[in-house]
Design a protein around this ligand. Structure first.
Ligand code: MRU
Length: 329
């Protein structure tokens, strides 16, 4: 399954807002359509939006003349479609740097990024599965948060790629996917991917994670990242920090899996990162039903910061950084 691809002269995505009930491939032929897909989370996950941004620049380079104001404006709007995952700005910048070389060069750069993310997923899956074997022994019972599978990357996944690799090796105990309010990436998307892969899993409400850990029902927590700062602070989907605190309290490994394209050494700590605020509407109801009194306002940070000292190890496609042993990025 490919989450995103360049097909003919447009970008094609699996529309993640329609899952798990409908698998719809959407064709994005304009820059505005790409931006809307990123903002609405039709395409989502740090590596996937990095690729979407780069392919969006390739689209822009086909639609607008070189060095035109329209092209510069399209690049700027793609770059700022979402603020938190470093991959988006990086993917856009990388493709945009090739604009002087012509539109085919821009597309080649974007498709090279897509191929690199695909290879990175495979490398992380192997390294993460090996690490969990070392830390937890055979058949660990894992808790994961949000969606970090093929849907969040191109194929494969980050943390969820490790889970499916352990399953492929016959070395996985079980998995709890935390629901991930408010947009339910865990309940809708991770559950969908795990079911298709034939993995034994349960869904739990987000608040259950630390309690399941305290009860001895989880051996390790494994999550992805949207940005990893120079000091190891990890920005990931809201709710991750609570799981990290639960893991520390229960004495469990807390593992972050993300490609090098998510490591941002230019940002010193998590305090410097803009956390996307997605407004009240996603929180004051559940699916289409209002659950709060009319007029209720919500606070809705889409991500949180897990301090580096709560992270046992960071697994990238190129290295395993054991923060628990004092190793540094
Ligand atoms: O808002 P989203 O769904 O785009 O959030 C991104 C994520 O999927 C998660 O934070 C994820 O754990 C990191 S991306 C592999």
């Amino acid at each position: 399954m490919r989450t995103i691809d360049w097909v003919g002269d447009a970008v094609e995505i699996i529309d993640q807002t329609a899952l798990p009930d409908n698998t719809i491939v959407r064709r994005l032929s304009t820059v505005d359509e790409v931006i809307e897909a990123i903002r609405s989370l039709a395409v989502r996950g740090a590596p996937a939006i990095g690729v979407a941004g780069a392919l969006g620049v390739a689209l822009a380079a086909r639609l607008h003349a070189d060095a035109s104001e329209d092209l510069a404006d399209a690049v700027a709007r793609l770059r700022s479609a979402r603020p938190t995952a470093v991959n988006l700005a990086r993917g856009v910048d990388r493709a945009a740097a090739r604009i002087p070389d012509g539109r085919d060069a821009v597309l080649a750069e974007a498709t090279a990024l897509m191929a690199e993310e695909e290879a990175a997923s495979a490398a992380m899956a192997r390294a993460g599965a090996d690490l969990l074997g070392e830390l937890c022994g055979d058949r660990p019972r894992l808790l994961t948060h949000c969606n970090t599978g093929a849907l969040a990357t191109v194929v494969g996944g980050t943390a969820l790629g490790v889970v499916t690799e352990l399953h492929r090796r016959g070395a996985l105990g079980a998995v709890v996917a935390s629901e991930t309010r408010p947009l339910l990436q865990g309940a809708r998307l991770t559950a969908w991917e795990l079911g298709r892969a034939g993995v034994d899993f349960r869904v739990a409400v987000d608040g259950a994670g630390p309690f399941l850990m305290a009860r001895g029902l989880i051996d390790a927590v494994i999550v992805g990242a949207d940005r990893i700062c120079a000091n190891g602070d990890t920005i990931n989907k809201i709710g991750t920090y609570a799981h990290a605190l639960g893991a520390r309290r229960a004495g469990l490994p807390f593992i972050v899996v993300a490609p090098e394209s998510t490591v941002d050494v230019a940002t010193a700590t998590g305090a410097e990162v803009e956390i996307e605020d997605r407004g009240s509407a996603e929180v004051v109801g559940f699916a289409t039903a209002r659950t709060t009194p009319p007029g209720t306002e919500a606070v809705n940070p889409a991500f949180d910061v897990t301090p580096a000292d709560l992270v046992t190890a960071i697994v990238t496609d190129q290295r395993v950084i054991r923060l628990d042993r004092g190793e540094r990025i």
